[in-house]
Design a binder for this molecule. Structure first.
Ligand SMILES: [Zn+2]
Length: 109
């Protein structure tokens, strides 16, 4: 049923996209820029569907029910392509990492 994802161009806007038959058996185009986990949440809240591309290049439908689950290692979170609606940069930026404690944590005895 599933085809592996391939890079192609959207026939309407010519943007580079990732195309595959998703687990919903629908031809699906995704933008190529992977989202962060927070970006996936933002995208879903904004009504943008998201997919997960696994290491076998299969495209999996995701949704609110999968938000709490961690992607498998190597999986990419992609937003479904919508012509003329590029992915906001805020969805793709890594979250600021908590800074490493620089104070001496050695126990003083
Ligand atoms: Zn397009």
């Amino acid at each position: 049923m599933r085809s592996t994802a391939t890079a192609t161009r959207c026939q309407d806007c010519r943007q580079l996209v990732i195309a595959a038959i998703s687990t919903d058996a629908l031809e699906t185009l995704c933008d190529v820029i992977p989202l962060t986990r927070a970006g996936e949440l933002h995208a879903n809240l904004a009504g943008r569907r998201t997919m997960r591309l696994d290491t076998d290049r299969r495209l999996w439908t995701t949704g609110a029910y999968r938000i709490p689950t961690e992607p498998m290692p190597g999986d990419l979170i992609l937003a479904v392509h919508i012509c003329g609606q590029p992915i906001p940069a805020a969805w793709t930026q890594p979250l600021p990492q908590p800074s490493e404690p620089t104070t001496d944590t050695e126990v003083p005895f």
